[in-house]
Design a protein around this ligand. Structure first.
Ligand code: CAA
Length: 697
């Protein structure tokens, strides 16, 4: 038997163990091994019941994603699943760790399911631009009902073992001797006709849904609207609907066809690329490979503002006690008040239990004195974005932090080398650039400054993982990777407006590409005064953006920015005051408002980002193109189904990108649009960004 699956027989039970590192995915060897083990169990009269479990404390993380796009290898998952479902003896899935995607579908063809506390069960295929393609869309609704199954399939978020028990996804919570418990379960629930029960035969939820298809359709439509990849969401909704309207076998066929269509779609390919890109980004770089991280038992944050509070919530969610320090009681109280209000909103929406909220709040302490800093293993500075202030703070931290503590700055643009130089231990200083709102946004840019030591870097990476972030290590430069590239787009946004293009047109073109928000609406949300302050400090001028700020239009917080906002609403409404200013200014500069078409708007927003990304690679500020894509997909609203700016450039073709950049450089006389040397080199050698090996930053 293939070593990916082991079978132990004894005491009336056949224990089948899937052992396929790293995550027991359902690769070809596993599928073949399962068929063989099942055949042996079927033929062995001493086996009364089969237990299916995973090695190394986890069930199965799904289909083997690495096999997608390769020629199919027999046996198929469908064949294996049919063998389990039709088994003449009860098969019990014992779920520890994760049962995700094809892993949960495997559990759904078993006759009984047991899961231990801490296990997570879900169908995350939608996050890969796919739908559950091995019966999940047909069996899950039959088992737990359509109103519960649909958000699990279209949202892709896993649930806990106790939630799974509450919705009837598992038969029992497991603890102690799981094999014995599995056998007892199989005996106690054995159906009256002696045949183990199959989910495919359940009719109650199907009949219910059929009686009220309008409700199901409305629920599916609402979920599709929220989906990030519309094509995948629509396909998943169709498959779920088929579970209600078609016989089981027909539903399976429909699901399969929809799955195969998605599998070959460019959208899913891009999302699968990002899945592996995120894992690559999270790897410990060679520089930090030989050291262990600091064991972070306590954290401290300096600055109780929006960022400081959000970061504190991340630590509390990870169970790490954290002290938030600010200069006076009022600032601390205000900061912690915002944290509490955020938690309350989440509890009201059902995203957190009250008990969990209280437990998290108990982990966050406010303080005005710096005495506590001495016991913190990591200290994160999150004060105003002003270099002298940050340097002063780090000088003070240096005096009180214990030896070996990691000192992190949450700067989004400033020179981490300069900040580190304010201490006598620059090797302990690292950048940890969280994105706002920090407790929600997944991206963490980890800034590996010139003197950052291996321990500080390793600890930042470990913390990123513990705090549930997607981390990317980058080097020091103005704005690091994300903001620096956004700046390239920002310059063209301003320039387009000077030529008479309106904010609503810039945003419309961005939305059409798949961004959830355009750059102008995003600016209004973030607050236009922040970049105005930075521009003034750096002696930069942006006539339209400056004028808007001079009118006191700082964005949503003042009810006016590029757009205007009704009280209490976040919906941007085009404002004639801004539009007529833009038009008349353009005319006074000799431009014909309306002369720039959508294609040019799009090019001038996207190409500078790609060009800047190439320069970032040249300068080794980022390790590889896929790291840049991870940053844009997780922190800047780049549509995941388009893979990221560098991936997108590769799909378009670098020759086209280069030629367009050259054309716009000539047309606009803007040297920043001149194709980066790296793009020229890659075009010259017929390569793409993806062909570049990671550099040694
Ligand atoms: N197939 C192949 N490789 C996988 C995999 C999968 N389904 N899931 C994870 N891996 C690999 C990762 O690429 C990584 O490999 P490297 O070490 O070589 O980089 C390794 O396993 C460890 O993964 P993580 O770094 O993510 O480890 P983690 O402990 O943080 O998380 C996990 C583990 C929760 C399982 C996470 O990896 C995960 O969510 N995996 C994807 C689950 C998923 O999407 N399943 C659905 C697959 S599609 C499907 O099943 C279609 C169908 O219906 C038939």
């Amino acid at each position: 038997m293939a070593s990916a699956v082991q079978l132990r027989v004894g005491g009336g039970v056949g224990v089948v163990v899937i052992d396929y590192p790293p995550v027991n995915a359902l690769g070809a060897d596993v599928r073949a091994g399962l068929l063989e083990a099942l055949a042996r169990c079927r033929e062995d009269d001493s086996v009364l019941c089969v237990v299916l479990r995973g090695a190394r404390g986890s069930f199965v993380a799904g289909a083997d994603i690495r096999e997608f796009g390769q020629p199919p290898k027999p046996p198929s998952a469908i064949e294996v699943f049919a063998a389990i479902e039709n088994m003449n003896k009860p098969v019990v899935a014992v779920i520890e760790g994760v049962a995700l995607g094809g892993g949960l579908e495997l559990a759904l063809v078993c006759h009984y399911r047991l899961a231990v506390a801490g296990a997570r069960l879900g169908l995350p295929e939608i996050k890969l631009g796919l739908l559950p393609g091995a019966g999940g869309t047909q069996r899950l609704p039959r088992l737990v009902g359509f109103s519960v199954a649909a958000p699990m399939i279209l949202g892709g978020e896993p649930i806990s073992a106790s939630e799974a028990r509450d919705i009837g996804l598992i038969d029992a919570l497991g603890e102690g001797d799981l094999i014995e418990q599995a056998m007892a379960l199989a005996n106690s629930l054995r159906s009256t006709d002696g045949r183990p029960p199959s989910i495919r035969d359940l009719v109650q939820h199907v009949e219910g849904a059929r009686r009220d298809l309008a409700t199901l359709d409305a629920a599916l439509a609402a979920l599709v609207k929220r989906g990030r990849n519309r094509r995948a969401a629509e396909a998943a909704a169709k498959a779920i609907r088929a579970a209600a309207t078609e016989p089981f076998e027909e539903g399976l066929k429909r699901e399969r066809a929809l799955f195969l269509d998605l599998l070959n779609s460019p959208e899913s390919k891009a999302q699968r690329y990002l899945f592996f890109a995120e894992r690559t980004a999270g790897k410990v770089p060679p520089k930090a490979a030989s050291v262990g991280p600091v064991d972070v038992q306590r954290a401290a944050i300096i600055g109780a503002g929006t960022m400081g509070g959000g970061i504190a919530m991340c630590f509390a969610a990870a169970g790490i006690p954290v002290t938030v320090i600010d200069r006076d009681d009022a600032s601390v109280a205000r900061g912690l008040g915002v944290v509490e209000a955020n938690y309350r909103k989440t509890v009201e929406r059902g995203g957190l239990s009250r008990a969990e909220m209280l437990a998290r709040l108990a982990l966050i302490r406010g303080a005005t004195s710096w005495d506590d800093l001495g016991s913190a293993d990591v200290i994160i500075e999150a004060v105003f974005e002003e270099l002298p202030l940050k340097k002063e703070i780090f000088g003070r931290i240096d005096k009180v932090a214990k030896p070996g503590a990691v000192l992190a700055t949450n700067t989004s643009t400033l020179d981490v080398d300069a900040i580190a130089a304010a201490t006598a231990r620059p090797e302990s200083v690292v950048g940890m650039h969280f994105f706002s709102p920090a407790h929600i946004m997944r991206l963490l840019e980890i800034i590996d400054a010139k003197k950052t030591g291996p321990m500080a870097l390793r600890t930042a990476l470990m913390l990123g993982k513990k705090l549930g972030k997607t981390s990317v290590v980058v080097g020091v430069c103005d704005g690091f990777v994300g903001n620096r590239m956004a700046l390239g787009r920002g310059a063209q946004t301003e320039r387009l407006m000077q030529e008479g293009v309106l904010p609503r047109d810039i945003d419309r073109v961005s939305l059409a590409f798949g961004f959830a928000m355009g750059p102008c609406a995003t600016g209004d949300l973030a607050g236009l005064d922040i970049s105005w302050r930075i521009r003034k400090a750096k002696g930069r001028v942006a006539p339209i953006a400056d004028w808007i700020c001079e009118q006191g239009r700082f964005g949503q917080k003042t009810g006016k920015g590029y757009y205007r906002y009704e009280p209490g609403s976040r919906t941007p409404i085009p404002d004639p005051e801004v539009e007529s200013f833009i038009r008349s200014r353009a005319k006074s500069l000799g431009h014909d408002p309306g002369a720039v078409g959508d294609e040019e708007i799009f090019d001038r927003l996207m190409l500078p980002m790609i060009n800047e990304g190439a320069r970032i690679l040249e300068e080794r500020v980022a390790r590889c193109a896929s790291d840049i894509d991870v940053i844009w997909a997780n922190g800047y609203g780049w549509p995941v189904w388009r893979g990221g700016p560098m991936y997108y450039a590769d799909q378009v073709g670098l020759r086209i990108v280069r030629d367009k950049l050259a054309r716009y450089t000539a047309k606009l006389g803007d040297e920043r649009l001149k194709p980066a040397a790296l793009i020229e080199t890659l075009v010259g050698s017929g390569r793409s960004f993806a062909d570049l090996p990671p550099n040694d930053r």
